[in-house]
Ligand binder design. Structure first.
Ligand code: C5P
Length: 232
């Protein structure tokens, strides 16, 4: 029997990868499968939590017992998160959110130029949902009450360099923890295994794991449980 150490805890998890529409048939996307985020949601439910999953274009099924909200693009994910954040104890932002979206969504399918001309796309920045949620929490004075966990998928192969990037990122985002994993075409995305370091806001490594994504999810949730016990 699994310890119910998250009994009654309300957790919001984002998973998957956003798709930013270009025209009615095309989008800008990424290779996130949603496996790690769904694993976090799944383990959290097993440990007694009330879980809402904001799911963007998952390649995996969502297990029973999870309240699932489907979204497509970053702005929809932002709305879905903002609508629920205030009533939540823990937020885990595992989704790969597009940093940019096409400036215009063309109403009809973009036509190919017969003259062989190139096509230039203008992109504008999406909201940084994680940063916004941290700012909102701090403005509500709920620091220490709401634990916010971000993810950082980095392609830098050198461990020390990757950690340095992650330390700068958590300082910028202001979340409590940052789960840093290495990705490239062979690692991370779509795989069942993951290798992560969980950093705290001071840049210290709180936990590391190299295992299947369910075990990695438990490692992340262990850090959250310990933090919540400390805050009491
Ligand atoms: O800056 P970067 O995209 O690497 O940050 C990754 C973290 O920030 C993830 O937790 C991701 O879910 C979140 N994020 C976000 N909104 C964005 C971009 C990333 O919430 N527009």
């Amino acid at each position: 029997r699994v310890a119910q150490d998250l009994a009654g805890v309300r957790i919001l998890v984002t998973a998957g990868g956003t798709r930013e529409p270009l025209d009615p048939v095309r989008f800008l996307g990424n290779r996130s499968s949603g496996k790690q985020g769904v694993a976090v949601a799944s383990r959290a439910v097993s440990r007694g939590a009330e879980v809402t999953l904001i799911a963007a274009n998952l390649e995996v099924d969502v297990p029973e017992g999870i309240n699932c909200v489907r979204v497509e693009r970053a702005t929809e994910m932002a709305d879905a998160c903002h609508a629920r954040a205030a009533g939540t104890d823990v937020i885990v932002m595992a989704a790969a959110v597009a940093d940019y979206r096409p400036a215009q969504q063309v109403p009809g399918k973009i036509k190919k130029s017969d003259a062989g001309e190139s096509l230039t796309l203008e992109l504008v920045q999406n909201p940084d949902i994680l940063r916004e949620l941290v700012t909102e929490r701090n403005e509500r004075g709920a620091q220490g009450e709401q634990c916010i966990v971000g993810f950082a998928a980095e392609t830098e192969p050198d461990d020390a360099a990757r950690l340095a990037i992650a330390r700068a990122k958590i300082a910028r985002k202001g979340c409590d923890f940052l789960v840093c994993n290495r990705v490239d075409e062979a690692l991370g995305f779509g795989q069942d295994q993951n290798t992560v370091d969980v950093l705290d806001l001071r840049g210290e490594v709180r936990a590391s794991a190299s295992a299947d994504k369910m075990s990695v999810a438990d490692t992340i949730l262990d850090v959250v449980v310990a933090q919540r016990a400390n805050a009491r």
